[in-house]
Design a protein around this ligand. Structure first.
Ligand code: KIV
Ligand code: ZN
Length: 516
């Protein structure tokens, strides 16, 4: 494989969705898919069609609108799963791919699959054959590949290529690999397998030891892999997957070393990061490379002075290159509906129907009453909330008030709408947020366990909206609710209610992890 092109395969909506509470609805997947297409990702893994009807419909919907990226669905190596994948994808507007996998490590084959190596080999062949009959673009992954016996792996992969697999993807499923060894492993597989040149070689690394990006890049540099599977913000199972923004910017910034190109429009990276974070409720850490709030902030005087004299002294890429726009006032109180819609369009945000625009515009007006300057980030947070709210939400916040002080036990009063009926409640708590959650709970009686509460400022300054994430668990389900407001207690209430709605929702949100 001597091409200079590195294929970027995004699995935010499949492996990323396997993070606790990160499950997405069809509408959310469509928004992310459009942003990934805008970013010019080569392959979008939209989900795991056999895992649920909801995910089947989501993959079908994504395939129905995306033209410029290949849309892919993950399927276990059996005819039933693969047929579900084919059914979800066959009406695609653009190119599509079936990705099938089966575990090949001794541990997984014996303990999880309870299959012999010969059975696994046979199953791999049959599955690729089945997929190939319907789809020319077939990817095969030996799950737990990095811990599999190399000779057995060679047999399975050679057979998969013989059956027509066009991409061979080696997963480091548990994040066990180290860079040099992993790079050499890929190189050796490519050398030993006689038909290896008939497939594109790919890697899929997890970040359990913090080496997913390093392992992926070593596989490219040493092993000759030409596809990297990755996720926006490194979202994914446990410690996550290879981070898209880091591999893309590493290859671009160090083109002298990697000598590879991607077709990614890097200015879409930060908008994609924000969108994924707002939809999933997974906040990006401030010091995260490329997309963290501090990634381009120079705090020390020496650095600031250097950057002012010559940017290159302390910066290897520009903030603009990856889509950081200086906080620009874009709209204000007097802006009309047309200007609002136009700005959303410029930000690449499309809402599904006029009613959603009307509601978002109303929210914008409410926000403009409280906040003189509205930035792009405010609009994105506002629209994310709008898109996350469906018209048949079970709970909504009608009004609330709260009080606290040095001599006052914090207390809160809420009025909620429960499916059309207003209900009131008051409560005291350890702090205003605690009192508010207790007041909501005394009406909702969800019994859910609060797993995480976090607050993030949407823009700079004390006038900024606070964006709150609340993670709740109940009956084995984990959901994240997100709420934004200039008042962080109100944002907290909104986030709690959004999480309650997700728990109550009949819209299928499925965590495909349980199926693997
Ligand atoms: O981590 C893994 O092994 C996977 C495969 C299904 C590709 O996600
Ligand atoms: Zn994975």
């Amino acid at each position: 494989m001597s091409t200079n092109k590195l294929i970027i395969f995004d699995t935010t909506m499949r492996d990323g969705e396997q993070s606790p509470g990160a499950s997405m609805t069809k509408v959310e997947k469509l928004r992310i898919a459009r942003q990934l297409e805008r970013m010019r990702v080569d392959v979008i893994e939209a989900g795991f069609p056999a895992s649920s009807n909801g995910d089947f419909e989501a993959v079908r919907a994504v395939a129905g609108v995306i033209r410029d990226s290949t849309v892919c669905g993950l399927c276990r190596a059996n005819d039933k799963d693969i047929q579900r994948g084919i059914d979800a994808l066959k009406g695609a507007k653009g190119p599509w791919r079936i990705h099938t996998f089966i575990a090949t490590s001794a541990l997984h084959m014996e303990k999880k699959l309870r299959m012999t190596p010969e059975q696994v080999l046979e199953q791999a062949k049959l599955s690729v054959r089945y997929a190939k009959n319907a789809c020319p673009d077939v990817e095969f992954s030996p799950e737990d590949g990095s811990r599999s016996d190399p000779d057995f792996l060679c047999r399975v992969l050679e057979a998969a290529i013989d059956e027509g697999a066009t991409t061979i993807n080696i997963p480091d499923t548990v994040g066990y690999a180290v860079p040099d060894q992993f790079g050499e492993m890929i190189l050796n597989l490519r050398k030993k397998i006689p038909n290896s040149d008939k497939a594109v070689w790919s890697v899929h690394c997890h970040n359990d030891l913090g080496m997913a990006v390093a392992n992926s890049l070593a596989a490219v540099r040493i092993g000759g892999a030409r596809q990297i599977e990755c996720t926006v913000n490194g979202l994914g199972e446990r410690a996550g997957n290879t981070s898209l923004e880091e591999v893309v910017m590493a290859v671009r910034t160090r083109k002298d070393f990697f000598k590879l190109d991607t077709r990614i429009d890097t200015t879409q990276i930060v908008p994609a990061s924000r969108l994924v974070s707002q939809i999933t409720g997974f906040v990006v850490q401030p010091n995260k490379a490329v997309v963290g709030a501090n990634a381009f902030a120079h705090a020390s005087g020496i650095h600031q002075d250097g950057v002012l004299k010559a940017r290159e002294t302390y910066e290897i890429m520009t903030a603009e290159d990856v889509g950081w726009s200086a906080n620009k006032i874009v709209l204000g109180k007097l802006s009309g509906r047309t200007a609002f819609k136009q700005r959303l369009k410029e930000l690449g945000i499309e809402l599904d129907h006029e009613d959603a625009y009307n509601k978002a515009f109303q929210r914008f007006k409410d926000l403009a009453d409280k906040k003189a300057e509205i930035f792009d980030e405010d609009l994105q947070a506002l629209v994310s909330q709008e898109a996350g709210v469906s018209s048949d939400e079970y709970w909504s916040l009608v009004s609330m008030s709260q009080g606290s002080g040095t001599d006052d036990r914090p207390h809160a009063a809420v009025v909620l709408n429960e499916n059309g009926t207003q209900k009131k409640s008051e409560s005291k708590g350890d702090g205003p947020v605690d009192a508010t959650f207790k007041a909501i709970e005394s009406v909702a009686k969800s019994g859910a366990e609060l797993l995480l509460y976090s607050v993030n400022a949407v823009t700079q300054g004390t006038e900024s909206q606070g964006e709150v994430t609340v993670r709740l668990a109940k009956g084995g389900r984990i959901v994240n609710g997100v709420g934004a407001d200039t008042d962080i207690i109100v944002a907290s209430a909104k986030a709690y209610i959004s999480a309650l709605n997700k728990l109550a929702s009949k819209v299928e949100r499925l965590n495909p992890q349980h199926q693997l």
